[in-house]
Design a protein around this ligand. Structure first.
Ligand code: LAN
Length: 659
């Protein structure tokens, strides 16, 4: 007997409702005791070798079992061609191959191990250590596997220049600044591990030429062609010549003063972050600074004790993560997904736990003497991971604020209004001159400073530009804050900020209707943020901009009903489909279309069907392609995204049916 139309609709709604209940249960089952969702934040392969090099240099390696698990990870990441990728699943890079090879040798894997031999063959085929990009050469120099003559100069004296100069290091994007900081100290003192038999042996394994007598100076600006995404600019080459000239005549007393200045900055970063540091690289380099400045001292011990914070034991071995965690970020999205189901009362303890986490991890104070240490205000902000880490971020603050507000009616003892005001004020203060929002700090210099990017491998690392995602998140947060909490003065400021933010988003829309994302892959991510921001800022579902965006998404739907993009989208700046739909990207597309006048279209229905079909019996979704990215070239795993965005998209679809 065939079902009547209303019956069929009812059955479909029941199915959807069942899928949501399962996804909610799965979310509940995977919540950590602290109320957050804690998942793997791995992906970049070049990080673990840095950590292994550093623990080797300070003479405090990990226990044997962990070390074996590091090796297991390296084996898993090795490509069939013998090399290692920049991030899981990528092509082989000279950068990663040299570092992963060396790290395994330091872990005790013998040179005649067949996998290492394949790695070595690939490396030597592609230029060997002399073609490693600059950050890799720097690490090799620390290990005494490279001569400092072959390292592009990073003199600490640059910190002593007038800080009004556009190229003063204090004006760099905070991640580059905080890497450059310890690097300049280590470079300034030419820090180097003592030569041991294993290091001497490695010297003979990673070069195409004999180490002794090699012309290191000539290799400073060399980089394997396959590793290059951003070629070194002419400006940098000129500056590099000047810096080499300076190094030849640098006087001791100025160097000592500069080193002392830098070390004090390093100390403050350690104290501000409870020795976690802003990211994985400066964490390891700061530790090395103390190893050379105060060997065996308490600061080295404090750093060493915090290292495991960055490790993740996964199914294929233990690796280093891109941040100390993504807990706040994931938890804020989880809260919004839960609220979208309209069933908070059914999962009260989960909501209470998540609220606790968000409450306990808002930053409540500015950092001490912040102007001396080039820090902006922090009070009221939310970090990406936790309060201990302490660096607030614009969109993390925005998602923190949105989720705190969403939970206000549902929890006992919600976050007080004063703290919400602080968050809103911080967000208002972060807006850039172009109307968009940066990641951590208002832009401190001009976009052309990207010409001083020395990395070859990553793009957009010198300036905290305005981003579509950050702008959208901040707009949405300001709108929801204004509705319930803003006084008239703040409301007027918010009105203006929204006006400018909205204009920024509209200006960034591409001719094809899409927005490119910078921190997720890629157009589905950027477009979801932009549509959500514009709708919050008052644009109608049937406005020309949103219609064009919806048409773009519909044009890229795959035959299986889903959406899926690869990191090539980010690298090429052009939509690059996966063969099959992916749960996370499909969720972003569905969430976008539901805010457009295509909300009831067949495209949405088949997208939702795709999500339901992919869901497993326990409410989870299977592992799939990496969804996160940074600096255009490096993918990063957001382990919790499937369960959060899968649930959110289903919940939003159900709300639409009910409406
Ligand atoms: C992150 C992680 C979080 C991410 C979001 C909040 C998701 C984003 O919306 C804004 C940018 C931000 C804060 C971000 C920037 C770049 C980071 C810090 C990372 C992707 C984590 C690791 C990466 C960092 C630069 C890795 C170290 C490598 C270097 C090139 C220095």
């Amino acid at each position: 007997m065939t079902k009547t139309m209303p019956e069929a609709r009812q059955a479909a709604q029941d199915d959807l409702s069942q899928a949501i209940a399962l996804a909610l249960r799965h979310l509940q089952d995977t919540q950590s005791p602290d109320g957050s969702w804690h998942g793997d934040y791995g992906g970049p392969v070049f990080l673990l070798p840095t950590l292994i090099a550093a623990t080797h240099i300070i003479g405090e390696p990990f226990d044997r079992e962990t070390e074996r698990d590091f090796v297991r990870y390296f084996r898993h990441e090795q490509n069939p061609d013998g090399g290692w990728p920049l991030h899981t699943g990528d092509e082989s890079y000279v950068y990663a191959t040299a570092l992963c090879y060396v790290a395994q040798r330091l872990l005790g894997v013998p040179a005649d191990d067949p996998d290492l031999q394949r790695g070595q063959a690939w490396l030597l085929d592609h230029g060997g250590a002399a073609d490693v990009p600059p950050w890799g050469k720097f690490l090799l120099a620390l290990l005494n596997l490279y001569d400092y003559d072959g390292v592009m100069p990073v003199p600490p004296e640059l910190w002593l220049l007038p800080d009004g100069l556009p190229a003063h290091p204090s004006r760099f994007w905070c991640h580059s600044r905080m890497v450059y900081l310890p690097m300049s100290y280590l470079y300034g003192i030419r820090a180097q591990a003592p030569l041991t038999p294993v290091l001497r042996a490695i010297r003979g394994e990673i070069f195409c030429e004999p180490f002794e007598g090699f012309d290191f100076r000539a290799t400073q600006t060399r980089c394997a062609p396959g590793d290059i995404y951003v070629p070194l600019s002419r400006l940098y080459r000129v500056m590099n010549r000047l810096l080499n000239g300076y190094e030849a005549v640098a006087g001791k007393s100025l160097r000592d003063r500069a080193n002392a200045f830098v070390l004090d900055q390093v100390r403050q970063e350690d104290e501000n972050t409870n020795t976690i540091c802003i990211g994985p690289i400066n964490k390891v380099l700061n530790m090395l600074c103390w190893h050379f400045a105060e060997p065996g001292g308490p600061r080295v011990a404090a750093h060493r004790a915090q290292l495991p914070e960055y490790l993740w034991k996964g199914a294929h071995g233990t690796h280093m993560q891109g941040y100390n965690s993504s807990q706040l970020w994931d938890t804020a999205f989880a809260v919004q997904a839960i609220c979208a189901t309209g069933r908070v009362g059914e999962v009260q303890s989960m909501a209470d736990g998540a609220h606790d986490y968000i409450e306990r991890n808002q930053v409540l104070e500015d950092t001490p003497n912040r102007a001396l240490y080039y820090r902006d205000p922090s009070k009221g902000g939310w970090p990406f991971s936790n309060r201990k880490h302490g660096w607030p971020i614009s969109d993390c603050t925005a998602e923190g604020l949105k989720s705190a507000i969403a939970l206000q009616p549902h929890v006992e003892g919600p976050i007080g209004a004063e703290r919400l005001h602080d968050a809103a004020d911080l967000i208002l203060g972060w807006q850039n001159g172009d109307g968009g929002w940066p990641t951590y700090e208002r832009a401190r210099t001009l976009p052309w400073m990207e010409a001083l990017n020395p990395s070859f491998v990553f793009a957009d690392i010198m300036v905290d530009h305005s981003y579509v995602e950050c702008t959208s998140a901040c707009l949405q947060a300001l709108v929801s804050y204004r509705e319930g909490y803003a006084d008239t003065v703040r409301a007027a400021r918010i009105e203006q900020a929204i006006e400018r933010g909205r204009a920024f988003l509209l200006k960034r829309q591409r001719a094809d209707g899409s927005w490119i994302g910078s921190w997720g892959i890629c157009f589905t991510y950027g477009t979801w943020f932009a549509i959500s921001g514009l709708r919050a800022a008052g644009l109608a579902a049937d406005s020309a901009s949103i219609r064009r965006a919806a048409a773009f998404l519909i044009a890229h739907q795959l035959p299986d009903g889903g959406w899926g993009e690869t990191i090539e989208s980010c690298k090429r700046g052009a939509y690059t489909s996966c063969p099959d739909g992916q749960v996370v990207m499909t969720s972003w597309a569905v969430l976008s279309l539901l805010q457009s006048d295509e909300a009831d279209s067949a495209a949405v229905q088949s997208g939702v069907r795709f999500l339901q079909d992919r869901q497993k019996g326990d409410g989870s979704w299977p592992d799939e392609t990496i969804a996160g990215v940074f600096n255009r070239t490096c993918a990063i795993t957001y382990d919790n995204y499937r369960k959060i965005f899968g649930l959110w998209a289903l919940a939003a679809a159900e709300a639409r049916l009910r409406a």
